[in-house]
Design a protein around this ligand. Structure first.
Ligand SMILES: Nc1ncnc2c1ncn2[C@@H]1O[C@H](COP(=O)(O)OP(=O)(O)OP(=O)(O)O)[C@@H](O)[C@H]1O
Ligand SMILES: [Mg+2]
Length: 425
């Protein structure tokens, strides 16, 4: 076909290996732009009793960093333990899941099917070390009933591991109860008494630690806190250029710049656009050595169709109304025309909105009417896609949304975040 010497099978294999829009990364050679963070984690984990907390925007790459670091700091005979929190998760359930991870899944399921299970049979007592090994098939495994029982489970897991092992407690923002968060904070405070071969990486969406943990001052001393930033453009480009190099093709510089701009630091979009872009180059009847505008366009279309359903649904909920649909769309596009986390109405109006409505040949609303659109976009009926901070300041509730809005706009021929460098607030 049209990529020299590349078969359909080989392309599928290469894309699956390098482009993972819906899967976290686990190895350092695929984790771009995080060398410094990996070094920070490495140094923190060499310090006795220190644990890691990674927080940042949704989709910024928290789980990928955690998994990669966990693999690097877990002995090769072991695997990291990765547990997810849910909206109704209790502290006890999460710790229980960590204990359960020491039992192979087939045994856990087999025992459940036969009514078996295992029991931690834990004694209490502050700092108590007198735990026993789980006795298999003695009723269902129990969740810890106290902090001490939870710590006993941790000691048990460390003892079973023998070597170095990392436990990731992921998606902590989903724990909705303040009481349960308080228990996590208390637990973290006590981790310094635990065996050092077992280390913890906590992850969650949030601007700061206190949003995720009813943070005790001493929990803060134990934790190395990493605020994960969006990736910069050159790191984002590597996601695509690594594949292009393997295929011995080039990607137009303009396309790379636009992909960097659209994705705005969120790798999900780069992986998505990359997949469709390479397939489009492959499907070209001509032999391709460098991408062209039409490959880029197909890349955008493919990415739009395959963006995470939740982001698409949020956009539709915000804009598809019986009235004023296009107004809401203009408002979202105008807000997305800058990488600034929040923007003021006067600035949005002057440097983005006016330009967008002119390009779309639409009627320009007065500024106060545009402001009303943003006020509406904060409401449940619009999926609360926007948050307001008063005095005409607005932001997307989740920064990852900006990439999807930019994809929609570029599909209609409007490159947001590009036309005017002063739009950067
Ligand atoms: N450093 C990186 N280099 C390249 N791709 C990355 C990097 N970090 C993350 N990704 C990709 O970005 C996407 C999101 O990553 P990940 O799931 O780790 O983010 P997250 O912050 O945990 O998201 P969420 O908040 O939804 O849990 C995935 O497709 C992943 O493959
Ligand atoms: Mg995650």
């Amino acid at each position: 076909m049209s990529l020299n010497g590349i078969s359909d099978e080989l392309l599928k294999e290469l894309l699956a290996e390098h482009l993972t829009p819906s899967k976290s990364i686990q190895t350092p050679e695929r984790l771009f732009g995080r060398t410094k963070n990996l070094r920070t984690i490495d140094r923190a984990l060499s310090s006795p009793g220190r644990q890691i907390f990674i927080h940042g925007d949704r989709g910024v790459g928290k789980t990928s960093l955690a998994l990669t670091a966990a693999n690097l700091h877990t002995d090769s005979t072991l695997k990291p333990i990765h547990v997810m929190c849910g909206a109704h998760s209790t502290f006890a359930e999460v710790i229980h899941a960590i204990g359960a991870a020491t039992v192979p899944v087939e045994r856990r399921l087999g025992e459940r099917a036969t009514g078996g299970g295992f029991n931690f049979n834990l004694p209490g007592g502050i700092g108590g070390v007198g735990f026993t090994r789980p006795t298999v098939s003695t009723g269902s495994m129990e969740a810890p009933k106290s902090l001490n029982e939870a710590l006993d489970i941790v000691r048990y897991v460390a003892q079973v591991a023998k070597g170095k092992q990392v436990v990731i407690i992921d998606e902590m923002e989903r724990v909705s109860s303040a009481d349960e968060r308080e228990k996590f904070a208390e637990f973290i405070k006590n981790l310094q008494e635990m065996p050092d071969n077992l280390r913890f990486i906590f992850c969650g969406i949030g601007h700061d630690l206190t949003e995720l943990l009813q943070a005790h001052a001493s929990a803060g001393r134990i934790l190395e806190t990493i605020k994960l930033e969006r990736l910069n453009h050159s790191d984002l480009w590597q996601i695509i250029t690594v594949v292009a190099d393997r295929l011995k093709v080039k990607i137009q510089r303009d396309a790379l710049i636009r992909i960097g701009q659209i994705s705005d630091g969120f790798p999900h979009y780069v992986h998505l656009i990359g997949e469709s872009l390479f397939w489009s180059m492959f499907d070209d009847p001509e032999l391709v050595t460098i991408s062209n505008a039409s490959h880029f366009k197909t890349g955008i279309e493919g990415a739009l169709q395959r963006t995470e359903a939740m982001l698409r649904a949020q956009y539709e909920k915000a804009t598809r109304k019986t009235r004023n649909t296009a107004d809401y769309e203009d408002a979202l596009w105008a807000l997305a025309d800058s990488t600034a986390d929040s923007r003021q109405i006067a600035q949005i109006y002057e440097s983005s909105y006016t330009w967008i409505v002119a390009k779309r040949a639409r009627v320009r609303l007065p500024r106060d009417r545009l402001n009303q659109r943003y006020l509406a976009l904060r409401k449940d009926t619009h999926g609360r896609i926007v948050v307001g901070f008063g005095s005409g300041w607005y932001a997307f509730r989740e920064n990852i949304m900006r990439g999807y809005v930019r994809l929609r706009a570029v599909h209609e021929g409007i490159d947001l975040g590009r036309h005017n460098t002063t739009a950067g607030d």
